[in-house]
Design a protein around this ligand. Sequence first.
Ligand SMILES: N[C@@H](CCC(=O)N[C@@H](CS)C(=O)NCC(=O)O)C(=O)O
Length: 212
Amino acid sequence: MANDIVFYHAPQSRSIIVQWMLEELGQPFDMHVLNLKKNEHKASRYLAINPMGKVPAIRHGETVVTEAAAICAYLADAFPEAGLAPEPEARGDYYRWLFFAAGCVEPAMSNHAAGWDPATSEMQARFGYGSYAAVIDALANAVAGRRYIAGDRFTAADVYVGSMIGFGLRFGVIDKRPEFEAYWSGLENRPARLRAGAEAEKLASKQAWAAA
Ligand SMILES: N[C@@H](CCC(=O)N[C@@H](CS)C(=O)NCC(=O)O)C(=O)O
């Protein structure tokens, strides 16, 4: 079955990360667009795919994967010919920064954008990400002087980490540090990302038009 990836997507959402990943993969996929304003993601049919009622999700044959970072890692493994994961014995940085971005960068940025950060050292000890400042410093050090986050070639970890940094810079959730800007400038014009961005814009205006 060639065309057996179903991508559950919504415009202007985290599912743009997976759209970029799918474009990098170069595999055909069926896109199932959910209208979040119409609460289509909370309908029982979709809750059977993702009980969180959130996008993105994919179905690949009988396998369902949710969580943007997990989907990126899964697709890189499921289609090794795309070369989007390092060799298994060289995956230290790959796993480290992929999980750090999902487990630390994402909640630190979300809380910070919402105007709340763990303030006391006691709170910071309890929270897995410690503090927003520590996370951002670690992330800046991780990308400093590097074209790619895990080794000397582009991987699925760059899709996810890059998406976090690109989003953070665009919406002012992270400072425009030279490390972030240099790393992101090496990714943002990748043809696959540009295609994903153009598709996402088309879809957003289509939904907006349909709602008008
Ligand atoms: N941890 C999830 C987060 C997914 C997520 O929060 N998606 C948002 C869109 S950006 C969503 O579906 N929100 C709709 C809702 O929860 O009602 C991931 O990384 O994939």
